[in-house]
Design a protein around this ligand. Structure first.
Ligand code: DHB
Length: 312
């Protein structure tokens, strides 16, 4: 039996449903090319701001037995760096569509970034990050529904390229309802669930693991899978079918990816596991997912996407 991991987001086709999660192995051209040249279906850049940023003081990332904690503080090389790289990549190779992640430190900066991207030759997808938990003094936009609605309303007055949003986890059914009601008003191509569970605290011996914010940081890995699956499925149930879901959070093996797709994900992003294992993670996860699909008789991810079973 031949099994395909190919998928689509909007009008874009990908040979493989796995890619990195923004923030992991995507800071420099070299890292992005590592992913591009692997069997991953695509890559997303480190979330870009208008100006380059150094981010928070080190140590700012730690792997733990159950996942990871980070408070990076948006270190990035600036929008120009990533946009120029993507434009050049598109000139030299059109084999994989790519994602550009960006966020402004203010609404005004977000509009500035999106206007630059709109006027560029970049032909891929744009992921607007509404969920960075680690910049001191800057709350996550997506936890403020009024600001989120206002921002999206303004963005879609001028932005014409394929746009999705990166969301933080929500933890209340009413919040799923309210957020979905907002997102359904806009021609979003995708929502990506979830960013890290913000502001956890991991302790070893008597000390925190990372320097910024007295050790508080975003959690990834095994800690977050049930929350990620719930968010993927909650939005799959509520959003217009034209808004696809990217599933991110707690994917350590093929079974975890299978569960994200069952919950409704069309593509699956790998964060902590990619940080721990490096590029070979894509091959391993692809093989493990294919084996599950063979066992169950599924030839494509469309055969089981969203088919989560409930009790009667
Ligand atoms: C950072 C962390 C995030 O979870 C995010 O969405 C953007 C930036 C960071 O700390 O760099």
């Amino acid at each position: 039996m031949t099994v395909s991991l190919s998928t689509t987001i909007g009008n874009f086709t990908f040979d493989n449903c796995f890619m990195n999660a923004a923030g992991v192995h995507c800071y420099s051209k070299e890292e992005l090319l590592d992913i591009y040249q692997s069997n991953a279906g695509s890559f997303v850049t480190k979330t870009a701001t208008l100006e380059p940023r150094e981010g928070n003081p080190l140590p700012r990332y730690a792997d733990t037995s159950l996942g990871s904690i980070n408070s990076m503080g948006l270190p990035n090389l600036g929008l120009d760096y990533y946009l120029t790289f993507l434009e050049e990549l598109e000139q030299s190779s059109t084999t994989k569509p790519t994602f550009l992640s960006l966020t402004g430190l203010s609404s005004q900066e977000t509009h500035q970034l999106l206007n630059i991207v709109n006027q560029s030759s970049f032909q891929g997808l744009i992921e607007l990050n509404l969920s960075c938990p680690n910049v001191p003094g800057k709350p996550q936009v997506a936890y403020d529904f009024e600001t989120t609605n206002h921002l999206l309303a303004e963005v879609f007055t001028y932005f014409t390229k394929p746009l999705g949003i990166k969301l933080p986890p929500y933890f209340d059914i009413v919040h799923f309802d309210q957020a979905a009601a907002i997102f359904n008003q806009y021609p979003l191509v995708f929502v990506n669930c979830i960013n890290s569970i913000g502001n956890g605290l991991v302790i070893e011996d008597e000390s925190v693991l990372i320097r910024p914010k007295h050790g508080f940081g975003g959690l990834g890995g095994q800690y977050v899978k049930p929350t990620a699956l719930a968010n993927v499925h909650a939005f799959y149930q509520r959003l217009n079918p034209s808004i696809q879901i990217i599933g991110t959070g707690g994917v350590i093996n093929g079974r975890d990816a299978f569960e994200h797709i069952l919950c409704g994900a069309s593509m699956v992003q790998i964060g902590t596991t990619l940080h721990k294992e490096g590029i070979p993670a894509f091959q391993r996860l692809s093989q493990e997912l294919r084996e599950i699909m063979v066992q169950k008789g599924y030839e494509s991810i469309d055969d089981f996407r969203g088919e989560l079973k409930y009790f009667a």
